[in-house]
Design a protein around this ligand. Structure first.
Ligand SMILES: NC(=O)c1ccc[n+]([C@@H]2O[C@H](COP(=O)([O-])OP(=O)(O)OC[C@H]3O[C@@H](n4cnc5c(N)ncnc54)[C@H](OP(=O)(O)O)[C@@H]3O)[C@@H](O)[C@H]2O)c1
Length: 249
């Protein structure tokens, strides 16, 4: 059946595949017939993701992306890729005036430096095929918005959104496309442990024209578009997914 969004024959690496958005991306890519390499630190949760996936060809590489040797382990064990989804990341709430060096370094390490170095290493080791696609999961935070205590998180995501612009120009001659998906609030475990109560979240959802947060699989559908040949002329874009939040005051 004709389907320009199909991922048949494509092999995709997904970081952060043990939870939330990365898990949904791995599962939905498998439903579109891709073979997926999943990575994260928690083997049990990676296996939970695999148990929900279609087909049996998928593999797991357990690794801490903050660690250079473990990033090398990922790259050394990779097959040739058609797609790379940099999804792993953390959020945080710290007032700008009280930001400490170690928390700045920790947040930048996983949200910015790890995807940068992992992608660089995959490119240097020629593990991305011609016509492949690189996707970064960034955020509306850092481009369109932020929140009290969000200056650090926003900086990391803003930096990634800028980085893809230069990457897109440099990698176009190799026929490699580079894009980001910028979601607003998505219901995942990343929202747990913050300062907002359940009531705060319900009130916040009212600010969205669609009156709800996004679902992880709704981010996955956008990622599938960017990984597929349907987006073969799309590179250097920051794709906004926000349920209309940015146009509603
Ligand atoms: N949820 C939202 O509202 C939202 C909105 C916009 C953007 N985002 C972005 O979307 C991405 C995924 O977020 P999520 O909501 O799905 O969060 P999540 O459910 O907390 O998942 C985070 C993922 O990152 C992985 N990870 C964290 N630190 C890691 C490390 N040092 N090494 C390897 N993997 C690591 C975790 O794997 P392990 O625990 O197994 O290591 C987990 O799979 C993040 O980049 C986030 O900034 C989320």
């Amino acid at each position: 059946m004709y389907n320009p969004f199909s991922l048949t024959g494509k092999t995709i690496l997904v970081t952060g595949a043990s939870s939330g958005i990365g898990r949904a991306i791995a599962i939905e890519c498998s439903k579109m017939d891709a073979t997926v390499v999943l990575t994260g630190r928690n083997k049990e949760r990676l296996n939970e993701t695999i148990s929900q996936m279609e087909r049996e060809a998928h593999t797991i590489i357990v690794a801490d992306l903050n660690n250079e040797d473990e990033r090398k382990k990922i790259v050394d064990n990779l097959p040739m890729l058609d797609g790379l989804v940099n999804c792993a990341g953390i959020s945080g709430h710290s007032l700008f005036s009280f930001l400490k060096k170690n928390e700045i370094e920790q947040m930048f390490s996983i949200n910015y430096f790890s995807p940068l170095y992992l992608t660089q290493s995959i490119l240097k080791n020629k593990k991305l095929k011609k016509n492949s696609s690189i996707v970064f999961i960034t955020s509306t935070s850092g481009i369109l918005s932020s929140y009290i205590g969000g200056s650090l998180y926003s900086s990391t995501k803003g930096a990634l959104n800028g980085m893809i612009k230069g990457m897109c120009i440099e990698l176009a001659p190799k026929s490699i496309r580079v894009n980001s998906v910028m979601p607003s609030m998505i219901d995942t475990p990343i929202m747990e442990g913050g300062t907002l109560s359940k009531e705060d979240f319900e009130k916040d959802k009212e600010k969205y024209p669609l009156k709800r947060y996004g679902k992880p699989e709704e981010v996955a559908y956008a990622v599938i578009y960017l990984l597929s040949d349907a987006s073969s002329w799309v590179t250097g874009s920051n794709l906004l997914l926000d349920g209309g939040r940015s146009v509603s005051y």
